[in-house]
Design a protein around this ligand. Structure first.
Ligand code: GTQ
Length: 361
């Protein structure tokens, strides 16, 4: 056939909806589907996340509900007594974004959350109270508000609350895990320890002494996927931000923002999750920014407003909010309120894939 008649033959193959529908019916039982009906959603022009922005108020909502949960179940029975923060658009999926899980975990004085380990990496960001501890592979870390603590993949961990100097109070932290990512890969394993609590084999502060001062033991030449520092104490990170705000102008989008690092690699502290701490000086009015890594924010200090897409969320200390992938974000600090925000995202995974995109508008 000539090119002209070929073209005519192809043009004649026009829409005949009934025949197409009948064809789709015939192929469905054979586990086949027509790509051409879904190509535009499978390969969107830009991210089309189902996630929506949301904020969870701590003082008025979460804290009273957590305290009620402590009347219903012990940490021991629950194994982990956590209220999961579910993205309103992903109910029942234990996901705050498509790739990340977040929850608020409560441990009452004297309780123990028994030892277990799993492939999922976890971070703990201490929101309320002090004097609980987590033990990771035989090293304990006492928790203070604002501390960022890591449980590496497959590391034994148990949590308890023995207080400090005889004083103890309920302690609540934000859990961030890569649970949805591991579910996606179907790569999750877990096991319970024979012991309820791990023995302590190294004194508290060992990992910080060895790796937390821009120095590394001379005979340590392994760089591990997860940071060897279990705890990044708030006092030190906050001090760094304070120095920055004294010395330089804030970034127009982020304010003063630092990322936590694995000192052995310079990369993110966990293979799947990046973490950040930022200070927005009082009255700060940020510019609009968007990025493909959806982020979870925990407010440490101060009041302000997060403008996410077309919505505005007023936030205060201990609140949690989520910014979906590619949603335009603008952060403001209230007049007279220095704001400090902790945040985490799946950035290292997107960077490893070479797909992370950001836009500063
Ligand atoms: O503390 O080990 O929020 O395994 C979810 C799963 C916490 C934990 C969570 C977990 C943990």
């Amino acid at each position: 056939m000539s090119p002209a008649s070929l073209q005519k033959k192809n043009a004649a193959r026009t829409d005949s909806g009934d025949e197409r529908a009948a064809y789709y019916e015939r192929i469905r039982p054979l586990n086949l589907a027509p790509l051409w009906e879904s190509l535009h959603t499978l390969v969107p022009r830009e991210p089309q996340t189902p996630c929506v922005p949301a904020l969870w108020r701590y003082d008025e909502v979460i804290r009273p509900l957590l305290m009620q949960s402590a009347e219903l179940i012990t940490a021991e029975e629950a194994v982990r007594r956590v209220l999961i923060l579910e993205n309103p658009a992903l109910p029942g999926r234990a996901s705050i974004t498509q790739s990340l899980y977040a929850g608020l975990q409560l441990i009452m004085p004297g309780e123990v959350a028994p030892s277990h380990r799993h492939v999922q990496s976890a971070l703990r960001f201490i929101v309320d109270g002090k004097g609980a501890y987590t033990t990771v592979e035989g090293e304990r870390t006492t928790m203070y508000p604002g501390d960022f603590i890591i449980t590496p993949s497959w590391a034994w961990h148990d949590h308890g609350n023995e207080g400090i100097n005889g004083e103890s109070e309920p302690v609540v932290w934000l859990d961030g895990l890569d649970i949805p990512m591991l579910r996606f890969f179907d790569a999750g394993f877990a096991e319970n320890d024979e012991k309820r609590m791990q023995g302590v084999s190294r004194p508290e502060g060992s990992s910080l002494a060895r790796f937390g001062h821009n120095m590394v033991p001379v005979r340590h030449d392994l760089s591990t996927a997860t940071s060897p520092i279990f705890s990044y104490p708030y006092a030190r990170s906050r001090e760094a931000l304070e120095q920055l705000r004294k010395n330089e102008a804030p970034d127009a989008w982020h304010g003063h923002k630092l990322r936590y690092v694995n000192p052995l690699t310079g990369g993110a502290p966990m293979p799947t999750i990046a973490t950040f701490l930022q200070l927005l000086p009082r009255g700060f009015a940020g510019k609009v920014h968007r990025s493909t890594d959806g982020s979870v924010y925990s407010v440490v200090e101060g009041r302000g407003t997060a403008h996410i897409g077309g919505e505005s969320f007023e936030f205060g200390p201990r609140d949690t909010f989520v910014v979906p992938s590619w949603a335009p974000l603008r952060l403001d600090a209230a007049a007279g309120e220095d704001v400090v925000l902790f945040s985490f995202s799946d950035r290292p995974v997107q960077q490893a894939m070479g797909v992370l995109r950001e836009a500063f508008l």
